[in-house]
Structure formats: structure tokens, C-alpha cells
Design a protein around this ligand. Sequence first.
Ligand code: ADP
Ligand code: MG
Length: 464
Amino acid sequence: MSYLRCSEAALLLFTFVQLTAALKCVCHLCVNHTCETEAEGACWNSVMLINGKEEAVKSCVSPSELKGQVFCYSSRNVSKRNCCFTDFCNNETLHLSPGVILGICAVQNLWCNLIKAHKQDPEESLDDQTLVSTDKCLKELIYDMNTSGSGSGLPLLVQRTIARTIVLQESIGKGRFGEVWRGKWSGEDVAVKIFSSRDERSWFREAEIYQTIMLRHENILGFIAADNKDNGSWTQLWLVSEYHEHGSLFDYLNRYTVSVEGMIVLALSIASGIAHLHMEIIGTQGKPAIAHRDIKSKNILVKKNGTAVIADLGLAVKHDSNTNTIDIPINHRVGTKRYMAPEILDDSINMSSFESFKRADIYSMGLVFWELARRCSIQGIYEDFQLPYYEQVQSDPSVDDMRKVVCEQKLRPSIPNQWQSCEALRVMGKIMRECWYANPAARLTALRVKKTVSQVTVVKDVKE
Ligand code: ADP
Ligand code: MG
């Protein structure tokens, strides 16, 4: 039988308390400049360059932030940050070494007021030649960070600083989780998706997916920052992204018709966004294949230039091709019922193959193409905006309603006769049919759709 001597027991107890107890930390953005961590959290100390000045940020780090992300590591040369584990251990003020500071982007512009420092070796000294031109912007900074190997997206310190200096302007949308707002950051519009604290998992998941290495693409919503801020009573969970004033494709098609060219541009960018998500890129800088699982016109946004981006990645799943596994436990039937593929509705989907999830996305994309093509105006002729299966089901249909229509009666949205008179609409009609085959394996791939759409020649002399 063994027993602990008093001093051993005290040491054990001390270690245990150290590891698990809540900590008090210096916190700039908190009441009384103090925050308290949850058990197994840490104090956070950081410094970055904003508008040419060193800005220190000190706060608490939650156990989940400590676990999955890169909170406690200085990004090679943009910022310094560290985590520590005793009360008020983040009291000291950190400084950046001069070699870190390369250049500062123009102050007025959202995309231009962050430091352009990351291309520089930290050991090199600052001289005129190494100054990066001031027209380099946040957009490029994010892009470079993603491709230069220093991670996917901005360092969390930068993300948090951006998020905490946004001023919310107006509510612009509501979906499954919380609310989406237009906000101002440094004079520019950004979109802020605010999750309620009970949806913390969804917030974390969406932020995690957006920060998948190599995910950034012109047809995927540009992620800027994620932040979780404790305001004393509850945790505010923010996801900041580029703002698109046209809103969703659903809103856009309700409001406007599109020309043949406009339709092709939208269709091509939707297929390109989905093809990029679906594609696995092999290598250390590779990206896993991702399936969206909630493709619909409300989850696609329209940019000012008439192209589209895929948004709302909250339900997406990643594939690990080495182990042939999916990164989260799958609860099937998670998307929007109206857009669910037949094999999801009747539960015949083969969940052991990742291809199945991609094929279900393609079915939903076919329905979006149908919504889009109806709004294509040719010589002033077009259809009104409708959701797929508007003739067969009421609003908010149940899985059973949809299963009867899609699996049993095998109905699909109808293709208007006049589409035959326009080459582009004929091609769109053919693509749709090949996207919504009952047999998932027979459906087109996103890459194939992209190629076919890109080959459509738009006859310019057709009057819209
Ligand atoms: P949810 O997960 O709650 O469905 P979404 O990300 O789909 O949230 O956003 C809900 C709605 O908010 C969208 O359908 C769109 O109308 C609007 N919205 C979302 N993000 C943006 C953005 N970046 N720019 C403009 N509008 C947006
Ligand atoms: Mg949505």
C-alpha cells in the first residue's frame, strides 16, 4: 500500500491547481482591465504594428483557443504573442524588433492599413530596399499569408484586433445561426456574422473551415477574422468576411433579371467555387476535398462585378484522403430540405464514400442553376423568380414532402420550352438534368460543369 507524504501531496495539489484553476490576466478590452480564464485557459500577451505604431493586446485565452489554433505562437515576422499560465503573467509589454517592421499600407483603406511585413526574414534589418510598397493591401496580405506557408489567413492577433475595431451598422440577413450585419472597419464595409453563445460549435466550425489551408479563391467568400469576445454576461461570437452589397443570389434574382452573359458569368463562378471546394490539392501546402452540404441560392453571394462567391461554410465537411475519413462526426440530413439530394431524402446515401457528399452538392447546384436560368432575359422574355419545387411543395417542406416528390414521383423542376431557342439556355438545361440524376454516380462533376459552361459562346447580337 502506498501513501503520499504531506509535502508530495501538497506539491501534487499545487500542480493540479496550477493546471486547472482559472487565471486572472491583464485585459485591455475588459472592465477593470482584468479578465478571468476558464479552467485550463491562459493569459495572452501580444503586440502588432497598426498605422505605424506598436499596439499591444492583452487578454485571456480559452481552452479551445489554446487547443486547436495558433494563438500562442508568434507568426514568423508579423507579430509577437505568447501565452503564460500564472496570474497577471501577461503584464509585461512586448515590443517588435525593428527587423520585423517592413512597411505600412495606406491608412485610409480597409485593405491597406495593415503592416506588410510577412515576406521579410525577421533577422534582416530594415532598409529602404526592403520596404514594401504602400499599395499592398490586406487582401494581398491575407493571400500571401495563405500561400507563403505562414498559415491560412491572418494571425489570430490581427483577426481579433480587426474584429474589435468594427462598428456595426445595420442587420442585413438572418439564417440558421444568429444574424449577419454590415459593419465598418476603417471606413470600409465588412460583413459580420454574429452567432449566439449557444452556437459556439458552429462558429468555431465555420471559422475553422474558412481557415483551411489553400481555401481562398475568388469564388469563395473572403474570410477576414473570427473573434470571441466576452462582454461580462455572454460571449459574442463573430465571423468577419468581405461584404457584398448585392447580398445573396436569392435576393439578387428576386430583384433583377440577368442577361445571357450575366447568367453564364454567375453559373461559371458558382461551378468554379464548388469545384475549388471539392478539389483535393496534394502536398504540404495542399488542401483537403471539402463538401459544402448546404448549397442553395441563399448561401451564394453576388459580387459587384457580377460574379458569385460560395458562402456559409458552417456545415461543410473535410476529407482526409490518407485515412479516408471525414473530419467531424456526420449527422446526415443537415442541409436545407428543399435542396436535399434524393439519396439524402431516402437515406440511401453511401456515407462511407466522400464522393457521395460532393455528388449531393452537385444535385443542389443543379437546382440553383434552374433558379438562375429562369431569370435570364432574352428579348424581354423571362420567368418569375421561384424556388425549386415551388409547384409541388409548400414553404418549409418536410423531408417526407420532399421525398415523395423527388424520390417517389421522381419529379424535377420543369424546363421551359423557350430555353431551346437559346444556345446558352439549352446548355444550362442539359447541365441541370445531368446534375440532378437520381443516380449520384451519373451526375456531372463540378469541374465538368465548369468546363462546359466556360465553352458556351454567348451570341452578342441577341437582344436581351
Ligand atoms: P446562416 O448560417 O445563418 O444561414 P449565412 O452565412 O448564410 O448565415 O448568411 C445569412 C444571410 O446573410 C445570407 O443569405 C445573405 O443574405 C446575408 N449575408 C451573409 N454574408 C454576407 C456578406 N458577406 N455580404 C452580404 N450579405 C451577406
Ligand atoms: Mg445560410
